[in-house]
Design a protein around this ligand. Structure first.
Ligand code: SF4
Length: 356
């Protein structure tokens, strides 16, 4: 049975623009990540691990390390092998081979390869236009800092670009009730913070902020200098108030479906675990073990009680039988379950993780 080690909270020295939005929604998550040395307690999806590989490839293309198809094919295999080795070492071998677990694996690879024709970088070089790939920018006080994927400087014109391997936009309802596609707020915030960091480092603001997806579609983020200043001040005051919690020990969190669904620190979050006792909309359960049964085929079912409600969870492997029996009348927390069509019935899947 997995256990959460003692949580030793520590102050966060610096936040990155990519972290800001998540911290704004639930600062406790950032504190847990810091205390646990940024080691997630739950697996993410095969798609997310593949996304990390794709982003690394984009970085190498924009840096000019990958120059042609030969480089691409060789380095792609190396990066996939590296990720698969890491997944196995972390006990997530069920995501391997990624090619079989990721939807549209080949299609995404082909789309990525087309970035090789993203000649801007090489053309700009030829015209002695400056570009900075994966360059670190931080504020003068060192409190906000991060790597910008690509900065292109053409005379007085400066473009800051960030590459995304997933969806950049989301549907939002406008004032007339019409659905509109808009760049996600978290990405807008991230780019405005990059703009401010660029300003603090160079004395001028970029002229354009852009996001580029796998299909090479470019989205522009509108901004004003005042907005960038304001978001920078907001990020600093958020960091300060979050760190004050470490001094006072008065922690709070913001458990909601949107915040917690993909939080990889759920097993360590007492606020979420309390919330789970009365909210059963998640794919996680927290309750006391009432009974354990093993069927002839070796499948184990677990019967839990939480908040006066009984739950049945099937499909655990046979080796869980003795382990669960040792936890009768004790509370356990189970993450990443599959909900069955019958109410209060769940099944264990490959990514299911149990913590005491
Ligand atoms: S589980 Fe939810 S409330 Fe807890 S730290 Fe994560 S996002 Fe915040």
């Amino acid at each position: 049975m997995n256990q959460v080690t003692k949580i030793d909270f520590k102050k966060i020295q610096r936040i990155s623009p990519s972290q800001f939005y998540s911290m704004k929604n639930c600062a406790y998550k950032s504190l847990l990540a810091e205390a646990l040395n940024k080691k997630p307690l739950l697996p993410v999806s095969a798609n997310a691990y593949y996304g990390t590989v794709l982003h690394k490839m984009l970085e190498l293309i924009s840096k000019g390390v990958i120059k042609n198809e030969g480089d691409f094919d060789k380095i792609f295999i190396e990066q996939i092998n590296f990720m698969e080795k890491k997944l196995k070492a972390e006990g997530y071998g069920f995501f391997v081979p990624l090619q079989k677990k990721v939807k549209d694996f080949i299609m995404k690879k082909i789309l990525l390869k087309e970035h090789l024709q993203n000649i801007p970088v090489r053309a700009f070089r030829a015209n002695s236009v400056k570009f900075h790939s994966e360059k670190w920018y931080e504020s003068n006080d060192g409190l906000i800092g991060g790597k910008i994927d690509l900065v292109i400087e053409v005379g007085q014109e400066v473009e800051v670009l960030d590459f995304k391997t997933g969806a950049i936009t989301q549907d939002v309802l406008d004032d007339d009730g019409e659905l509109n596609s808009e760049v996600k707020t978290e990405y807008k915030d991230q780019l405005k913070l990059y703009a401010y960091l660029y300003f603090e480092n160079t004395g001028k603001f970029p002229s354009r902020l852009s996001l580029v997806d796998l299909t090479k579609q470019k989205f522009t983020v509108d901004f004003s200098q005042e907005e960038c200043h304001a978001i920078f001040d907001e990020a600093k005051s958020l960091l300060k108030s979050t760190n004050t919690c470490v001094d006072t020990g008065a922690f709070s969190a913001n458990p909601t479906e949107g915040n917690c669904k993909y939080c990889l620190y759920r097993p360590a979050c007492c606020f979420y675990l309390n919330y789970l006792e009365t909210d059963w909309s998640f794919n996680d359960l927290s309750g006391s073990v009432q009974n354990v049964l093993m069927f002839q085929n070796g499948n184990v079912s677990l019967f839990l009680e939480a908040g006066g409600q009984k739950f049945t969870i099937s499909n655990f492997p046979s080796e869980k039988f003795d382990e669960f029996n040792g936890y009768r009348n004790k509370k356990i927390n189970i993450f990443n379950l599959k909900k069955e069509t019958r109410e209060f019935f769940y099944s264990a899947i490959k990514t299911t993780v149990v913590y005491e």
